[in-house]
Design a protein around this ligand. Structure first.
Ligand code: GLC
Length: 444
């Protein structure tokens, strides 16, 4: 007979091998990762000059859909004249998110703060005429939301960066090492500006794939950031020298082999604002994806793309508000929980309280009738519909008196307790969850 005692996500997670490329030790970073593990939901913000024409962020010139000059002409249209950073932060808070990550500089090289290194910033080269990040970081912190900085390592506009268009590059590092050294000093200098001005709680690097860890001087960069702020969290896109994994748009089916991970995902099909893209994910879809992520021990970083005037499109506002209502109602089943029980015990997402003695079951809002949990080797003391308070009955089916294999738990879900999106049941167990994982049969 095989049994495992799930004494907490830490046990589950640490038994799993870390991804080969991850160079940081989970044990060493465990305590600083706690807020991130508890946070579950972050809001990603892609804001930049690409929202002027509503085209692909940076990739549009790199992939030659538009010339670099025409792309940069968008600088003239970035007004931010209706930008209300406090309203952004308040909306993020309303969504239930515990952190936000904003693009400080995308692959196009346009800084959203007032960089001293060049004129390519919203402060020096756009009608917005200001550093748009300072008031946003302040507003987030006022609302008690952790503030993260997206920062593109690669910079396709910098004259000292080798890469430019998809089929052309400026030079080879092996042939012009001095020029590369100049770029290293430039990008690390800009990073130091962001570090000193905003002291990000989290660094969200991107674009590491174009160069090696040595070329980026990833160890030096990590040391600089963690010396300045030992608690800062670094995403995995620093050629393995980060703290957590960032599957993008693609949904893990199995639990990722990382101690911490975050699914970053767009609300429609694009990161930045693009008027023709009306393929909005519905609140139901976002909520079920979110439940799936937390069930598997991860977070969700949901992206919004504000317009060049600083307004957030109503469809995006709607998703954030609906998500917020659901989060508020189901707060205890979501935030500061642990990833749930392994797949196979219940046909849906689950989470566990930190002491593992409360199990939360997530059901699509339309489910009524009897739902079933398999292999639960605990006594259930009480079942409640979260955010509704209704107590539910359960029945044990198929328990054989002389066999150690637990019976099936059937819970009757009446028609009047459903949430609009996902209904959550709270099962209070007699002790930390204990699962039967065997193959059934006579000997269990
Ligand atoms: C990709 C893209 C980038 C986007 C990012 C968000 O790496 O290069 O445009 O900002 O994903 O995860």
């Amino acid at each position: 007979m095989k049994r495992i005692v799930v004494a907490g996500a830490m046990v589950l997670h640490f038994m799993m091998p870390a991804r080969a490329q991850q160079k940081t030790s989970p044990e060493e970073i465990k305590s600083k990762m706690q807020w991130f593990a508890d946070a579950k939901l972050g809001i990603f913000i892609h804001w930049g000059i690409y929202s002027v024409n509503g085209i692909d962020e940076s990739w549009s010139f790199h992939n030659k859909k538009i010339s670099h000059a025409d792309y940069m002409a968008q600088l003239k249209g970035f007004t931010a004249d209706k930008y209300d950073p406090q309203a952004w932060a308040d909306l993020i808070k309303e969504s239930g998110a515990r952190y936000a990550v904003i693009t400080t500089k995308h692959h196009d090289g346009v800084a959203l703060w007032d960089t001293k290194f060049n004129k390519l910033s919203t402060a020096k080269s756009t009608p917005a005429k200001r550093d748009v990040l300072t008031p946003f970081f302040a507003a987030l912190r006022k609302d008690g939301i952790k503030a993260g900085a997206y920062f593109s390592l690669l910079d396709w506009t910098s004259p000292d960066y080798p890469g430019f268009l998809k089929d052309s590059s400026r030079y080879k590092i092996s042939e012009q090492p001095q020029r590369w050294a100049k770029f290293q000093a430039f990008y690390q200098g800009q990073m130091a500006e962001v570090m000193k001005q905003f002291n990000p709680d989290l660094w969200w690097f991107d674009g590491d794939w174009e160069r090696s860890a040595d070329e980026w001087q990833a160890v030096k960069v990590r040391n600089m950031l963690t010396t300045f702020n030992p608690n800062t969290i670094i995403n995995g896109r620093l050629t393995g020298y980060g703290d957590y994994d960032t599957p993008e748009q693609n949904f893990p089916v199995e639990r990722p082999h990382y101690n911490w991970w975050e699914l970053c995902m767009t609300i429609n099909n694009n990161w930045g604002w693009q008027p023709q893209d009306t393929n909005w994910k519905t609140p139901y879809e976002i909520i079920t994806i979110f439940a799936d992520a937390i069930s598997n021990g991860g977070n969700m970083l949901l992206d919004i793309g504000p317009k060049a005037d600083g307004t957030i499109p109503p469809e995006q506002v709607n998703v954030l508000k609906e998500l917020g209502k659901w989060n508020k109602k189901h707060e205890k089943a979501i935030f500061s929980t642990l990833g749930g029980i392994p797949q196979g015990h219940f046909y849906g997402p689950t989470t566990l309280s930190k002491d593992s003695s409360t199990l939360y079951l997530f059901l699509p809002g339309k489910v009524t009738g009897e739902i079933m949990v398999k292999g639960l080797d605990n006594k259930i003391q009480d079942i409640t519909v979260v955010g509704n308070g209704t107590k539910l009955q359960h029945k044990i089916v198929g328990k054989i008196s002389w066999s150690p294999v637990p019976g099936l738990v059937y819970i009757t879900v009446p028609a009047n307790v459903q949430d609009e999106y996902m209904t959550v049941l709270e099962l209070k167990l007699d002790k930390p969850v204990k699962l039967y994982r065997g193959k059934g049969g006579l000997n269990g």
